[in-house]
Ligand binder design. Structure first.
Ligand SMILES: Nc1nc2c(ncn2[C@@H]2O[C@H](COP(=O)(O)OP(=O)(O)O)[C@@H](O)[C@H]2O)c(=O)[nH]1
Ligand SMILES: [Mg+2]
Length: 279
């Protein structure tokens, strides 16, 4: 046997070397993009990098006059290509008027004529979303919009169609005003794992980032808090894997405006059973 015979044909070797060189150049250009963004030369982006995906942020709002403007400014401060869709659910505490005075062309505001429930507002946003991915954002300050970066990065770099921000993957929140909410979160997730054989740690999270085209085809019908469970149930039934990344969480109390109640959890549990065994 001729041990000195090259392992690859010279032409194949040349092609392999050229391919490696192209990969090196591509990686170098991505690194220079990161440096250029860090140093304020983001105008170079179109020349050196893959374009980043666009994110639709859907904000269902009901009676949140104390937090909605602060929340919007936090969302706007996130440096991501995004569209912001606020759906006011017929607020009666002055939130509606605050939104009307916004006059910010970067924020689209939609008013529901009647209070149809949180899920209906989220679905109205999903129908209008034009980003590559979408995420739901409550109008309170429990979640940190800066976490969009890590959720979107995980989805983009791995090609994952659905990434949830989990409040239970890492340390517990800094404080928990009610043990009932934590109990509900944990037990709804256990029920979900059992019924749908899905490896998730926080099924009730608000931060569910998904590819817009996929969610728009899920045929969602939920009108209230149940939509938060219908979405993962239908993702699982459609065979779409759910991945998670840890996020921060600063829970509020009922006195501070929290609106979800134990009856919403019971209704959601009933619907999880229904979506699993009936429809
Ligand atoms: N209860 C309720 N909440 C709504 C409605 N429409 C929008 N929302 C919003 O849904 C979010 C509910 O958040 P919260 O009460 O903290 O419950 P969470 O789901 O545990 O975060 C808030 O941002 C509300 O403003 C509605 O019709 N009813
Ligand atoms: Mg909330």
């Amino acid at each position: 046997m001729n041990y000195f015979r090259p392992l690859l044909h010279p032409d194949t070797m040349r092609l392999a070397l050229r391919f490696r060189r192209i990969c090196q150049l591509r990686d170098a250009s991505r690194r220079s993009l990161d440096a250029s963004v860090t140093h304020g030369y983001s105008f170079l982006c179109p020349f050196v990098a893959r374009p980043r995906m666009k994110l639709s942020v859907i904000i269902p709002v009901y009676n949140e006059r104390d937090t909605v403007l602060e929340l919007l400014s936090r969302v706007q401060a996130v440096e991501i290509d995004k569209e912001v869709l606020v759906v006011d659910n017929c607020s009666t505490d002055g939130t509606r008027e605050l939104l009307d005075q916004l006059g910010d062309p970067a924020v689209q505001v939609l008013h529901q004529p009647v209070n149809y429930g949180k899920g209906t507002s989220v679905r109205a946003g999903i129908r209008r979303a034009r980003g590559d991915y979408l995420i739901v954002q409550d109008a309170d300050l429990e979640y940190d919009p800066e976490d969009y970066h890590k959720i979107l990065d995980a989805a983009e770099s791995n090609g994952w169609p659905a990434v949830f921000g989990s409040r239970l993957m890492e340390a517990a929140p800094d404080y928990e005003p009610s043990r009932m909410f934590r109990f509900g979160r944990v037990w709804m997730t256990r029920l979900f794992r059992l019924l749908y054989r899905a490896d998730v740690t926080d099924v009730a999270t608000c931060y569910k980032l998904m590819r817009t085209d996929l969610v728009q085809r899920l045929d969602l019908v939920g009108t209230g808090f149940d939509l938060d469970f219908e979405i993962p149930a239908k993702l699982c039934k459609a065979g779409i894997p759910i991945h998670e990344v840890p996020i921060s969480y600063h829970p509020r109390s009922i006195e501070q405006g929290k609106k979800i109640r134990a009856r919403d959890g019971l209704r959601a549990a009933r619907l999880l059973l229904k979506y699993r065994f009936v429809n």
